[in-house]
Design a protein around this ligand. Structure first.
Ligand SMILES: [Mg+2]
Ligand SMILES: [Zn+2]
Length: 213
């Protein structure tokens, strides 16, 4: 019998990853590319997902262009730098999505000033990923981020939510940033988040193979 894990048509677990404060060190609006730097262990954590065939997809709100701090091309350049830093350690993202929008009056640039369906905690970026990749397993989906809005995204798209304590995470957990949330798991960092995700995936694979026996 074919091993389910080796069947190419098999759906893959998926982790929707936040960017700032989760993969790279929170540094406000990053105007200089070199100020985007990875959190310790982030590349190694993403690489472990890659090795197991767990899809790693970036979903990030980026309002710097809407606020007129820099052009949208700079958002792309920051995401490219992130991917380059990951690649230097043998890790990659399966896809990258960003929302450049911001509701008025905070948005200074009109083309970005709107209520959209992609700004987290709305599910637009996640749903786009499901449309564009037919091998993602919703039943084994995760969102990892440092804000309450990341945990809410998880609830809104039926994923398990992981709050990391890096970035704003510790302040969210203490109740002095955004609002309190109850993630499915709270992790000290992306490394611990990935440990937990892999354990959940393994448990589910074991249960599935028991049913097949
Ligand atoms: Mg963040
Ligand atoms: Zn948007």
């Amino acid at each position: 019998m074919m091993n389910a894990k080796q069947d190419k048509s098999e759906k893959r677990p998926v982790v929707f990853l936040d960017r700032d404060g989760t993969l790279n060190i929170e540094a406000g609006y990053i105007k200089e590319l070199e100020n985007l730097n990875l959190i310790d262990g982030a590349a190694e954590a993403v690489k472990r997902l890659n090795m197991l065939g767990i899809k790693a997809i970036l979903v990030t709100n980026q309002t710097g262009a809407a606020r007129d701090y820099y052009p949208e091309a700079h958002i792309l350049a920051l995401n490219e730098r992130l991917e380059k830093l990951l690649a230097e350690q043998g890790a990659f993202l399966d896809a990258v999505y960003y929302c450049p929008h911001l509701p008025a009056p905070d948005a200074k640039i009109e083309k970005y000033a709107r209520e959209c369906d992609c700004r987290k905690p709305a599910v637009g970026m996640v749903e786009q990923a499901y449309r564009e990749h037919d091998n993602l397993d919703r039943a084994l989906s995760f969102v990892v981020g440092d804000k309450a809005t990341d945990v809410e995204l998880a609830k809104n798209c039926g994923a398990r939510g992981v709050l990391v304590e890096t970035g704003y995470g510790e302040r969210v957990q203490k109740g002095d940033y955004q609002w309190p949330v109850e993630p499915d798991f709270q992790a000290r960092s992306i490394s611990e988040a990935v440990d937990w995700i892999i354990s959940v995936v393994n448990e589910n694979i074991q249960e599935t193979s028991k049913k097949l026996d």
